[in-house]
Design a protein around this ligand. Structure first.
Ligand code: SF4
Length: 480
Protein backbone atom coordinates (compact mmCIF):
# COMPACT_ATOMS: atom_id res chain seq x y z
CA UNK A 1 0.00 0.00 0.00
CA UNK A 2 1.38 3.43 -0.95
CA UNK A 3 0.21 5.87 1.71
CA UNK A 4 0.98 9.49 2.42
CA UNK A 5 -0.54 12.17 4.58
CA UNK A 6 0.57 14.95 2.32
CA UNK A 7 -1.63 17.98 1.64
CA UNK A 8 -1.53 16.95 -2.02
CA UNK A 9 -3.80 14.03 -1.12
CA UNK A 10 -6.77 16.35 -1.63
CA UNK A 11 -5.56 17.20 -5.11
CA UNK A 12 -5.49 13.50 -5.99
CA UNK A 13 -8.79 12.67 -4.32
CA UNK A 14 -10.58 15.44 -6.22
CA UNK A 15 -9.03 14.69 -9.61
CA UNK A 16 -12.19 13.03 -10.98
CA UNK A 17 -14.42 15.93 -9.96
CA UNK A 18 -15.44 18.65 -12.43
CA UNK A 19 -13.55 21.21 -10.34
CA UNK A 20 -10.51 18.93 -9.98
CA UNK A 21 -7.02 19.80 -11.20
CA UNK A 22 -5.78 16.73 -13.13
CA UNK A 23 -2.38 18.26 -13.92
CA UNK A 24 -1.67 18.93 -10.23
CA UNK A 25 -2.94 15.43 -9.42
CA UNK A 26 -0.51 13.90 -11.91
CA UNK A 27 2.40 15.74 -10.24
CA UNK A 28 1.21 14.60 -6.80
CA UNK A 29 0.83 10.96 -7.89
CA UNK A 30 4.24 11.08 -9.54
CA UNK A 31 5.83 12.24 -6.27
CA UNK A 32 3.95 9.52 -4.43
CA UNK A 33 5.20 6.81 -6.77
CA UNK A 34 8.82 7.90 -6.43
CA UNK A 35 11.11 4.99 -7.14
CA UNK A 36 8.12 2.69 -7.75
CA UNK A 37 7.20 4.65 -10.88
CA UNK A 38 7.02 1.99 -13.65
CA UNK A 39 7.47 4.52 -16.46
CA UNK A 40 7.31 8.29 -17.01
CA UNK A 41 3.64 8.35 -17.99
CA UNK A 42 2.37 6.09 -15.19
CA UNK A 43 1.13 8.94 -13.00
CA UNK A 44 -0.81 10.54 -15.85
CA UNK A 45 -2.45 7.24 -16.76
CA UNK A 46 -3.37 6.49 -13.14
CA UNK A 47 -5.13 9.86 -12.93
CA UNK A 48 -6.89 9.16 -16.23
CA UNK A 49 -8.08 5.85 -14.82
CA UNK A 50 -9.48 7.63 -11.74
CA UNK A 51 -11.36 10.01 -14.03
CA UNK A 52 -12.68 7.23 -16.28
CA UNK A 53 -13.93 5.05 -13.41
CA UNK A 54 -15.14 7.98 -11.32
CA UNK A 55 -17.42 8.97 -14.20
CA UNK A 56 -18.15 5.71 -16.06
CA UNK A 57 -17.75 2.95 -13.45
CA UNK A 58 -18.94 0.16 -15.75
CA UNK A 59 -16.25 0.68 -18.40
CA UNK A 60 -14.74 -2.67 -19.50
CA UNK A 61 -10.97 -2.84 -19.04
CA UNK A 62 -10.37 -3.39 -22.77
CA UNK A 63 -12.09 -0.06 -23.41
CA UNK A 64 -9.97 1.66 -20.73
CA UNK A 65 -6.84 0.13 -22.34
CA UNK A 66 -7.91 1.47 -25.71
CA UNK A 67 -8.48 4.98 -24.31
CA UNK A 68 -5.07 4.94 -22.60
CA UNK A 69 -3.28 3.28 -25.51
CA UNK A 70 -1.97 0.70 -23.06
CA UNK A 71 -1.34 -2.97 -23.79
CA UNK A 72 -2.61 -5.72 -21.50
CA UNK A 73 0.55 -6.03 -19.42
CA UNK A 74 0.81 -2.32 -18.81
CA UNK A 75 -2.85 -1.86 -17.86
CA UNK A 76 -2.72 -4.88 -15.54
CA UNK A 77 0.21 -3.27 -13.76
CA UNK A 78 -1.57 0.08 -13.57
CA UNK A 79 -4.73 -1.49 -12.09
CA UNK A 80 -2.65 -3.26 -9.44
CA UNK A 81 -0.86 -0.02 -8.62
CA UNK A 82 -4.12 1.94 -8.56
CA UNK A 83 -5.56 -0.44 -6.00
CA UNK A 84 -2.57 0.23 -3.76
CA UNK A 85 -3.00 3.99 -3.66
CA UNK A 86 -5.92 4.93 -1.37
CA UNK A 87 -6.04 8.52 -2.65
CA UNK A 88 -6.68 7.30 -6.20
CA UNK A 89 -9.27 4.80 -5.02
CA UNK A 90 -11.05 7.61 -3.21
CA UNK A 91 -10.86 9.75 -6.34
CA UNK A 92 -12.75 7.11 -8.33
CA UNK A 93 -15.15 6.27 -5.48
CA UNK A 94 -15.95 9.94 -4.85
CA UNK A 95 -16.25 10.96 -8.49
CA UNK A 96 -19.52 12.04 -10.11
CA UNK A 97 -20.64 8.40 -10.42
CA UNK A 98 -19.32 7.45 -7.00
CA UNK A 99 -22.74 6.40 -5.70
CA UNK A 100 -22.52 3.29 -7.87
CA UNK A 101 -19.28 2.29 -6.15
CA UNK A 102 -20.35 3.18 -2.61
CA UNK A 103 -24.01 2.16 -2.59
CA UNK A 104 -23.94 -0.95 -4.72
CA UNK A 105 -20.77 -2.30 -6.31
CA UNK A 106 -18.24 -2.36 -3.47
CA UNK A 107 -20.62 -3.76 -0.80
CA UNK A 108 -21.65 -6.53 -3.22
CA UNK A 109 -18.01 -7.25 -4.08
CA UNK A 110 -17.25 -7.60 -0.36
CA UNK A 111 -20.22 -9.98 0.05
CA UNK A 112 -18.89 -12.29 -2.69
CA UNK A 113 -22.31 -12.37 -4.35
CA UNK A 114 -21.12 -10.96 -7.69
CA UNK A 115 -18.57 -13.77 -7.98
CA UNK A 116 -21.36 -16.21 -7.05
CA UNK A 117 -23.46 -14.94 -9.95
CA UNK A 118 -20.72 -15.08 -12.58
CA UNK A 119 -19.67 -18.58 -11.47
CA UNK A 120 -23.31 -19.80 -11.23
CA UNK A 121 -22.78 -20.74 -7.58
CA UNK A 122 -25.88 -20.80 -5.35
CA UNK A 123 -25.79 -18.35 -2.43
CA UNK A 124 -28.46 -16.94 -0.17
CA UNK A 125 -29.47 -13.54 -1.60
CA UNK A 126 -27.80 -10.56 0.03
CA UNK A 127 -31.08 -8.60 -0.22
CA UNK A 128 -34.58 -10.02 0.28
CA UNK A 129 -37.63 -7.86 -0.40
CA UNK A 130 -40.93 -8.85 1.20
CA UNK A 131 -43.90 -7.62 -0.84
CA UNK A 132 -46.77 -8.26 1.59
CA UNK A 133 -49.35 -5.72 0.38
CA UNK A 134 -52.53 -7.26 -1.07
CA UNK A 135 -53.60 -3.98 -2.65
CA UNK A 136 -52.83 -0.26 -2.96
CA UNK A 137 -55.10 2.73 -2.48
CA UNK A 138 -53.27 4.79 -5.12
CA UNK A 139 -53.01 4.51 -8.88
CA UNK A 140 -49.78 6.35 -9.69
CA UNK A 141 -49.50 7.14 -13.37
CA UNK A 142 -45.88 5.92 -13.59
CA UNK A 143 -46.48 2.70 -11.64
CA UNK A 144 -46.35 -0.54 -13.66
CA UNK A 145 -49.19 -1.90 -11.55
CA UNK A 146 -52.20 -3.18 -13.44
CA UNK A 147 -55.27 -1.12 -12.57
CA UNK A 148 -57.60 -3.04 -10.29
CA UNK A 149 -55.20 -5.98 -9.89
CA UNK A 150 -54.86 -7.15 -6.30
CA UNK A 151 -54.23 -10.29 -4.33
CA UNK A 152 -57.12 -12.42 -3.13
CA UNK A 153 -57.86 -11.67 0.56
CA UNK A 154 -57.69 -15.46 1.03
CA UNK A 155 -53.95 -15.20 0.26
CA UNK A 156 -53.33 -13.17 3.43
CA UNK A 157 -53.18 -15.87 6.11
CA UNK A 158 -51.10 -18.44 4.17
CA UNK A 159 -49.03 -15.59 2.73
CA UNK A 160 -48.12 -14.25 6.16
CA UNK A 161 -47.28 -17.77 7.36
CA UNK A 162 -44.99 -18.11 4.35
CA UNK A 163 -43.30 -14.74 5.13
CA UNK A 164 -42.84 -15.87 8.74
CA UNK A 165 -41.10 -19.04 7.53
CA UNK A 166 -38.75 -17.01 5.35
CA UNK A 167 -37.97 -14.67 8.26
CA UNK A 168 -37.06 -17.75 10.28
CA UNK A 169 -34.65 -19.01 7.61
CA UNK A 170 -32.82 -15.71 7.01
CA UNK A 171 -29.14 -15.94 7.95
CA UNK A 172 -28.43 -13.51 10.78
CA UNK A 173 -25.07 -12.13 9.65
CA UNK A 174 -26.58 -8.99 8.08
CA UNK A 175 -29.30 -7.12 10.04
CA UNK A 176 -30.26 -5.17 6.91
CA UNK A 177 -30.74 -8.25 4.74
CA UNK A 178 -34.52 -7.84 4.37
CA UNK A 179 -36.93 -4.97 3.75
CA UNK A 180 -40.66 -4.47 3.15
CA UNK A 181 -41.87 -2.91 -0.06
CA UNK A 182 -43.99 -3.62 -3.10
CA UNK A 183 -45.44 -4.48 -5.40
CA UNK A 184 -48.41 -3.03 -3.68
CA UNK A 185 -48.64 -1.07 -0.42
CA UNK A 186 -47.18 -3.04 2.56
CA UNK A 187 -49.41 -1.34 5.16
CA UNK A 188 -52.54 -2.79 3.52
CA UNK A 189 -51.53 -6.14 5.05
CA UNK A 190 -53.06 -6.35 8.56
CA UNK A 191 -50.40 -8.84 9.65
CA UNK A 192 -47.38 -6.81 8.66
CA UNK A 193 -46.71 -5.59 12.22
CA UNK A 194 -46.40 -9.19 13.43
CA UNK A 195 -43.91 -9.92 10.65
CA UNK A 196 -41.85 -6.88 11.63
CA UNK A 197 -41.84 -7.97 15.29
CA UNK A 198 -40.83 -11.50 14.30
CA UNK A 199 -37.96 -10.20 12.21
CA UNK A 200 -36.96 -7.76 14.97
CA UNK A 201 -36.80 -10.62 17.47
CA UNK A 202 -34.23 -12.30 15.19
CA UNK A 203 -32.17 -9.11 15.04
CA UNK A 204 -33.29 -7.79 11.66
CA UNK A 205 -33.60 -4.05 11.16
CA UNK A 206 -36.40 -3.83 8.62
CA UNK A 207 -37.15 -0.72 6.60
CA UNK A 208 -40.59 -0.41 5.07
CA UNK A 209 -41.28 1.51 1.92
CA UNK A 210 -44.78 2.96 2.16
CA UNK A 211 -47.00 5.65 0.73
CA UNK A 212 -47.97 6.41 4.39
CA UNK A 213 -51.65 6.81 3.49
CA UNK A 214 -52.43 4.07 6.03
CA UNK A 215 -49.82 5.16 8.59
CA UNK A 216 -52.60 6.21 10.93
CA UNK A 217 -53.11 6.04 14.70
CA UNK A 218 -55.48 3.14 14.14
CA UNK A 219 -52.94 1.15 12.11
CA UNK A 220 -50.23 1.75 14.71
CA UNK A 221 -52.60 0.78 17.55
CA UNK A 222 -53.71 -2.40 15.74
CA UNK A 223 -50.20 -3.32 14.64
CA UNK A 224 -47.81 -2.43 17.49
CA UNK A 225 -45.13 -4.55 15.85
CA UNK A 226 -44.62 -1.68 13.43
CA UNK A 227 -42.72 0.09 16.20
CA UNK A 228 -40.02 -2.57 15.77
CA UNK A 229 -39.22 -1.21 12.32
CA UNK A 230 -35.77 0.20 11.76
CA UNK A 231 -37.10 2.83 9.37
CA UNK A 232 -40.22 4.08 7.61
CA UNK A 233 -39.39 5.36 4.16
CA UNK A 234 -42.33 7.32 2.79
CA UNK A 235 -42.68 7.77 -0.95
CA UNK A 236 -44.04 11.24 -1.67
CA UNK A 237 -46.10 11.74 -4.81
CA UNK A 238 -46.45 15.49 -4.77
CA UNK A 239 -46.41 18.46 -2.48
CA UNK A 240 -50.06 19.45 -2.41
CA UNK A 241 -53.42 17.81 -2.91
CA UNK A 242 -53.64 18.74 -6.59
CA UNK A 243 -50.26 17.19 -7.40
CA UNK A 244 -51.11 14.07 -5.45
CA UNK A 245 -54.40 13.73 -7.27
CA UNK A 246 -52.68 14.19 -10.65
CA UNK A 247 -50.12 11.49 -9.78
CA UNK A 248 -52.05 9.02 -7.63
CA UNK A 249 -55.63 9.62 -8.74
CA UNK A 250 -56.72 10.15 -5.12
CA UNK A 251 -58.31 13.32 -3.74
CA UNK A 252 -56.96 15.03 -0.59
CA UNK A 253 -54.27 12.39 -0.28
CA UNK A 254 -51.43 14.83 0.38
CA UNK A 255 -53.22 16.34 3.38
CA UNK A 256 -53.79 12.92 4.84
CA UNK A 257 -50.20 11.73 4.29
CA UNK A 258 -48.79 14.97 5.74
CA UNK A 259 -51.03 14.68 8.81
CA UNK A 260 -50.11 11.01 9.25
CA UNK A 261 -46.43 11.88 9.15
CA UNK A 262 -46.83 14.71 11.65
CA UNK A 263 -48.65 12.42 14.05
CA UNK A 264 -46.05 9.73 13.56
CA UNK A 265 -43.35 12.31 14.33
CA UNK A 266 -45.07 13.25 17.59
CA UNK A 267 -45.77 9.63 18.57
CA UNK A 268 -42.25 8.39 18.02
CA UNK A 269 -40.93 11.34 20.02
CA UNK A 270 -43.34 10.61 22.89
CA UNK A 271 -42.44 6.92 22.89
CA UNK A 272 -38.75 7.71 22.43
CA UNK A 273 -38.89 5.13 19.65
CA UNK A 274 -35.66 4.68 17.70
CA UNK A 275 -37.55 4.07 14.44
CA UNK A 276 -36.13 6.29 11.72
CA UNK A 277 -38.41 8.33 9.47
CA UNK A 278 -37.54 9.47 6.00
CA UNK A 279 -38.97 10.60 2.70
CA UNK A 280 -38.38 9.53 -0.85
CA UNK A 281 -39.11 12.12 -3.51
CA UNK A 282 -39.19 11.48 -7.23
CA UNK A 283 -38.38 14.51 -9.38
CA UNK A 284 -40.97 14.17 -12.12
CA UNK A 285 -40.83 16.21 -15.33
CA UNK A 286 -41.96 19.79 -14.73
CA UNK A 287 -41.63 19.47 -10.98
CA UNK A 288 -37.95 20.08 -10.18
CA UNK A 289 -38.79 23.67 -9.18
CA UNK A 290 -41.03 22.20 -6.49
CA UNK A 291 -38.04 21.18 -4.40
CA UNK A 292 -38.49 24.51 -2.57
CA UNK A 293 -41.87 23.24 -1.40
CA UNK A 294 -40.29 19.96 -0.35
CA UNK A 295 -37.94 21.88 1.96
CA UNK A 296 -40.98 23.68 3.38
CA UNK A 297 -42.76 20.37 4.01
CA UNK A 298 -39.70 18.99 5.80
CA UNK A 299 -39.56 22.10 8.00
CA UNK A 300 -43.27 21.68 8.78
CA UNK A 301 -42.83 18.00 9.70
CA UNK A 302 -39.88 18.84 11.92
CA UNK A 303 -41.92 21.47 13.76
CA UNK A 304 -44.30 18.68 14.80
CA UNK A 305 -41.48 17.13 16.88
CA UNK A 306 -38.49 19.48 17.07
CA UNK A 307 -36.49 17.03 19.19
CA UNK A 308 -36.92 14.23 16.61
CA UNK A 309 -36.46 15.76 13.17
CA UNK A 310 -36.77 13.66 10.01
CA UNK A 311 -33.80 11.36 9.58
CA UNK A 312 -33.31 10.97 5.85
CA UNK A 313 -34.40 12.04 2.39
CA UNK A 314 -33.85 10.28 -0.91
CA UNK A 315 -34.28 12.35 -4.04
CA UNK A 316 -34.45 10.42 -7.29
CA UNK A 317 -35.15 10.73 -10.97
CA UNK A 318 -37.74 8.45 -12.52
CA UNK A 319 -35.93 5.16 -13.17
CA UNK A 320 -38.74 3.63 -15.15
CA UNK A 321 -37.91 3.61 -18.84
CA UNK A 322 -41.07 5.43 -19.85
CA UNK A 323 -40.28 8.03 -22.50
CA UNK A 324 -42.19 10.70 -20.55
CA UNK A 325 -40.29 9.93 -17.32
CA UNK A 326 -37.11 11.80 -18.25
CA UNK A 327 -36.72 15.47 -17.42
CA UNK A 328 -36.84 17.73 -20.50
CA UNK A 329 -33.43 19.19 -21.51
CA UNK A 330 -34.24 22.73 -20.33
CA UNK A 331 -35.26 21.49 -16.90
CA UNK A 332 -32.20 19.26 -16.68
CA UNK A 333 -29.97 22.19 -17.56
CA UNK A 334 -31.25 24.06 -14.52
CA UNK A 335 -31.16 21.09 -12.24
CA UNK A 336 -27.72 21.65 -10.75
CA UNK A 337 -28.68 25.15 -9.58
CA UNK A 338 -32.00 23.83 -8.31
CA UNK A 339 -30.31 21.10 -6.30
CA UNK A 340 -27.69 23.43 -4.84
CA UNK A 341 -30.40 25.91 -3.79
CA UNK A 342 -32.27 23.00 -2.21
CA UNK A 343 -29.10 21.96 -0.34
CA UNK A 344 -28.78 25.46 1.08
CA UNK A 345 -32.38 25.54 2.19
CA UNK A 346 -32.11 22.12 3.85
CA UNK A 347 -28.97 23.20 5.69
CA UNK A 348 -31.08 25.97 7.23
CA UNK A 349 -34.30 24.11 8.06
CA UNK A 350 -33.09 20.54 8.66
CA UNK A 351 -29.34 20.53 9.30
CA UNK A 352 -29.29 16.92 10.56
CA UNK A 353 -31.19 15.51 7.56
CA UNK A 354 -29.23 12.85 5.65
CA UNK A 355 -29.90 13.63 1.98
CA UNK A 356 -29.11 11.03 -0.69
CA UNK A 357 -29.44 12.00 -4.34
CA UNK A 358 -28.92 8.53 -5.75
CA UNK A 359 -26.91 7.48 -8.74
CA UNK A 360 -27.76 10.08 -11.34
CA UNK A 361 -28.82 13.20 -9.45
CA UNK A 362 -25.59 13.14 -7.44
CA UNK A 363 -23.71 13.51 -10.73
CA UNK A 364 -25.94 16.37 -11.79
CA UNK A 365 -25.34 18.04 -8.42
CA UNK A 366 -21.60 17.83 -9.07
CA UNK A 367 -22.04 19.54 -12.43
CA UNK A 368 -21.92 16.49 -14.69
CA UNK A 369 -24.96 15.85 -16.84
CA UNK A 370 -24.97 12.10 -16.27
CA UNK A 371 -27.76 10.21 -17.96
CA UNK A 372 -29.53 7.45 -16.11
CA UNK A 373 -27.98 4.08 -16.69
CA UNK A 374 -30.19 2.21 -19.13
CA UNK A 375 -30.18 -1.56 -19.42
CA UNK A 376 -32.06 -2.77 -22.51
CA UNK A 377 -33.39 -6.26 -23.28
CA UNK A 378 -30.18 -7.07 -25.19
CA UNK A 379 -28.06 -6.34 -22.10
CA UNK A 380 -30.36 -8.00 -19.56
CA UNK A 381 -28.92 -11.18 -18.09
CA UNK A 382 -31.02 -14.31 -18.79
CA UNK A 383 -29.99 -15.79 -15.42
CA UNK A 384 -30.62 -12.47 -13.59
CA UNK A 385 -28.90 -12.21 -10.16
CA UNK A 386 -30.86 -14.09 -7.46
CA UNK A 387 -27.70 -14.46 -5.32
CA UNK A 388 -27.76 -10.65 -5.06
CA UNK A 389 -31.46 -9.92 -4.56
CA UNK A 390 -34.91 -11.44 -4.78
CA UNK A 391 -38.41 -10.24 -3.96
CA UNK A 392 -41.22 -12.40 -2.55
CA UNK A 393 -44.90 -11.63 -2.91
CA UNK A 394 -47.91 -12.75 -0.88
CA UNK A 395 -48.23 -15.98 -2.87
CA UNK A 396 -44.62 -16.94 -2.15
CA UNK A 397 -43.55 -16.23 -5.72
CA UNK A 398 -39.89 -15.23 -5.82
CA UNK A 399 -39.29 -12.49 -8.38
CA UNK A 400 -35.94 -11.81 -9.99
CA UNK A 401 -36.44 -8.04 -10.39
CA UNK A 402 -37.77 -5.40 -8.04
CA UNK A 403 -40.45 -3.98 -10.32
CA UNK A 404 -41.81 -7.37 -11.34
CA UNK A 405 -43.71 -8.29 -8.17
CA UNK A 406 -47.14 -6.95 -9.13
CA UNK A 407 -50.18 -9.19 -9.64
CA UNK A 408 -51.28 -9.76 -13.25
CA UNK A 409 -48.42 -7.71 -14.69
CA UNK A 410 -47.97 -8.88 -18.29
CA UNK A 411 -44.78 -10.87 -18.73
CA UNK A 412 -43.79 -10.66 -15.07
CA UNK A 413 -44.52 -14.31 -14.25
CA UNK A 414 -41.60 -15.26 -16.54
CA UNK A 415 -39.40 -13.63 -13.90
CA UNK A 416 -40.59 -15.89 -11.06
CA UNK A 417 -37.62 -18.03 -10.01
CA UNK A 418 -39.81 -20.39 -7.99
CA UNK A 419 -42.33 -20.36 -5.16
CA UNK A 420 -41.74 -20.58 -1.42
CA UNK A 421 -44.17 -23.00 0.23
CA UNK A 422 -44.55 -25.43 3.10
CA UNK A 423 -41.89 -27.74 1.65
CA UNK A 424 -39.82 -25.22 -0.28
CA UNK A 425 -37.65 -22.61 1.43
CA UNK A 426 -36.23 -19.49 -0.19
CA UNK A 427 -32.84 -21.17 -0.05
CA UNK A 428 -34.30 -24.08 -2.08
CA UNK A 429 -35.82 -21.76 -4.68
CA UNK A 430 -32.55 -19.90 -5.33
CA UNK A 431 -30.46 -23.07 -5.33
CA UNK A 432 -32.74 -24.82 -7.81
CA UNK A 433 -32.93 -21.81 -10.09
CA UNK A 434 -29.15 -21.40 -10.17
CA UNK A 435 -28.10 -25.05 -10.38
CA UNK A 436 -30.68 -25.89 -13.04
CA UNK A 437 -29.27 -23.14 -15.24
CA UNK A 438 -32.72 -21.56 -15.63
CA UNK A 439 -32.88 -18.57 -17.93
CA UNK A 440 -35.44 -16.02 -19.04
CA UNK A 441 -35.15 -14.70 -22.57
CA UNK A 442 -35.76 -10.94 -22.32
CA UNK A 443 -38.18 -9.27 -24.69
CA UNK A 444 -38.90 -5.59 -25.35
CA UNK A 445 -40.38 -3.95 -22.27
CA UNK A 446 -38.81 -6.36 -19.78
CA UNK A 447 -36.31 -3.67 -18.80
CA UNK A 448 -39.22 -1.89 -17.08
CA UNK A 449 -39.25 -4.70 -14.51
CA UNK A 450 -35.87 -3.54 -13.19
CA UNK A 451 -35.33 -0.66 -10.80
CA UNK A 452 -32.16 1.43 -10.54
CA UNK A 453 -30.51 -1.12 -8.26
CA UNK A 454 -31.24 -4.00 -10.64
CA UNK A 455 -29.83 -1.96 -13.50
CA UNK A 456 -26.62 -1.12 -11.63
CA UNK A 457 -26.13 -4.76 -10.60
CA UNK A 458 -26.71 -5.91 -14.18
CA UNK A 459 -24.25 -3.37 -15.55
CA UNK A 460 -21.60 -4.50 -13.05
CA UNK A 461 -22.11 -8.17 -13.81
CA UNK A 462 -21.94 -7.52 -17.55
CA UNK A 463 -18.73 -5.57 -17.02
CA UNK A 464 -17.18 -8.38 -14.96
CA UNK A 465 -18.09 -11.00 -17.56
CA UNK A 466 -16.74 -8.86 -20.39
CA UNK A 467 -13.48 -8.37 -18.49
CA UNK A 468 -13.18 -12.08 -17.75
CA UNK A 469 -13.98 -13.03 -21.34
CA UNK A 470 -11.31 -10.57 -22.48
CA UNK A 471 -8.78 -12.33 -20.29
CA UNK A 472 -8.29 -9.70 -17.57
CA UNK A 473 -8.49 -12.27 -14.77
CA UNK A 474 -7.86 -10.82 -11.32
CA UNK A 475 -7.96 -7.24 -12.65
CA UNK A 476 -11.60 -7.69 -13.66
CA UNK A 477 -14.04 -5.00 -12.58
CA UNK A 478 -11.24 -2.50 -11.87
CA UNK A 479 -12.04 -1.81 -8.19
CA UNK A 480 -13.29 -4.33 -5.65
S1 SF4 B 1 -46.30 3.51 -7.08
FE1 SF4 B 1 -46.76 2.57 -5.07
S2 SF4 B 1 -48.32 3.91 -4.20
FE2 SF4 B 1 -48.31 4.31 -6.40
S3 SF4 B 1 -49.84 2.93 -7.27
FE3 SF4 B 1 -47.85 1.88 -7.42
S4 SF4 B 1 -47.82 0.64 -5.57
FE4 SF4 B 1 -49.38 2.19 -5.20
Amino acid sequence: MIVSTDASDDVIENCAMPHGDPAAAVRAVDRLLGARRPDPSSAADLVRLARIYGTEPFTPLSEAARVLGADRERLTGLVALFREIPQLRRAAENGPAGKYWHNTVLPLERSGRLDAVVTSTPAFPSSVGFYPGPTCMFRCHFCVRVTGARYDPADLVPGNEMFASVIDELPTDNPHLAYLSGGLEPLTNPGVGDLVARAGARGFALTTYTNAFALTDQTLARQPGLWDLHAVRTSLYGLDDAEYEATTGKKNAFSRVRDNLKRFQRLRAERESPVRLGLSYLVLPGRSGRLVELAALIAELNEAAPARPLDFLNVREDYSSRPDGALPPAERAELQDTLLAFDERIAQVAPTLDVDYGYALESVRMGVDARLLRIVPETMRPGAHPQVSVQIDLRGDVYLYREAGFPDLPGATRYIAGTVGPRTSLHDVVERFVTSGSVVTPVAGDENLMDGFDQAVTARLNQIETDLADGWGAARGFLR
